[in-house]
Design a protein around this ligand. Structure first.
Ligand SMILES: [Zn+2]
Length: 222
C-alpha cells in the first residue's frame, strides 16, 4: 500500500470556498448562497412542514407546531452552517519563534456531523497532529476547523481530507495527520443496526508517511 499523500496542494480558497470542484470539495451548486439565511430558513420550514404533513402529523398540535421552523433554523444556523464559506474560521497562524520541531498532538476533538446519505448523525472524535515548520496555529483553531467541516452533510472520508487540506494550506507543511473515529447512526440505528461498529479514517503526509512517526502518534492518542 502506498502511504504517500498524492493529492495536490490546494489553498484554503480552493477548498470549499470556490466553485471549482475537486474530489475533496463538498458538491454544492453555484447559486448555493444567493439566498439569505433568513430566506432559507423560511423555505426549509415550509418544506419540512410538508414532510410532517405527509407523515400524517397534525401540525395544529402545540408540540408539533413549531417543529418546521426549529428544524429549518437548526439546519442553517447549526448543523449545516459549515456549508457556507462565510462561516469558515480564520486560520491565523504565528511564526514558530520558539523553534518547536516535534509533534503537536490534539486528541479527542468532538466530531458532530451528519451523513449525507441519510441525514443521520455521525458522532465521534478526531485526533490531529502536526510537525511545525515555520508556522504554528492556535490550538482552538484546530477544533474550529473540525467543527466547520463537520457542519455539513458529509461522508467521513471527505471530512477527513477537508480537515487535512485546510490545515496543510494554513500551516504550509504536509507533516499533518488527521484521524477520525466515529459512529454512524445510519449503521447503528437503522439498516444493519450494529451499535458496536465504528468507522476510522485517516489522512497524513510529510513526516507521517514514516511508520515511526505514525507509531509515536498512535501511542499518544491511545
Ligand atoms: Zn448514512
Amino acid at each position: 500500500m502506498n502511504f504517500e499523500t498524492t493529492t495536490p496542494l490546494l489553498t484554503a480558497e480552493e477548498i470549499g470556498d470556490s466553485h471549482m470542484m475537486t474530489s475533496v470539495d463538498t458538491p454544492v451548486r453555484q447559486d448555493a448562497f444567493e439566498r439569505s439565511d433568513e430566506e432559507k430558513i423560511e423555505r426549509i420550514a415550509g418544506l419540512f412542514r410538508g414532510i410532517m404533513e405527509e407523515l400524517g402529523l397534525n401540525l395544529d398540535d402545540d408540540s408539533l407546531n413549531g417543529t418546521p421552523y426549529r428544524v429549518a433554523k437548526m439546519y442553517i444556523k447549526e448543523l449545516f452552517d459549515g456549508l457556507d464559506p462565510k462561516n469558515k474560521p480564520k486560520l491565523s497562524t504565528f511564526d514558530n519563534k520558539y523553534g518547536y520541531r516535534k509533534m503537536l498532538v490534539e486528541k479527542d476533538i468532538r466530531v458532530s456531523s451528519a451523513c449525507e446519505h441519510h441525514f443521520l448523525p455521525i458522532v465521534g472524535r478526531a485526533h490531529i497532529a502536526y510537525i511545525a515548520e515555520s508556522k504554528v496555529i492556535g490550538l482552538s483553531k484546530i477544533n474550529r476547523i473540525v467543527e466547520y467541516y463537520s457542519h455539513r452533510p458529509q461522508v467521513q472520508e471527505r471530512l477527513t481530507l477537508q480537515i487535512y487540506h485546510a490545515l496543510r494550506s494554513a500551516l504550509g507543511t504536509d507533516s499533518i495527520i488527521v484521524v477520525i473515529d466515529a459512529e454512524h447512526l445510519c449503521v447503528s440505528a437503522r439498516g444493519v443496526k450494529d451499535e458496536n461498529s465504528r468507522t476510522t479514517t485517516l489522512e497524513y503526509g510529510g513526516a507521517f508517511a514514516k511508520e515511526d512517526y505514525r507509531k509515536e502518534f498512535f501511542d499518544i492518542i491511545k
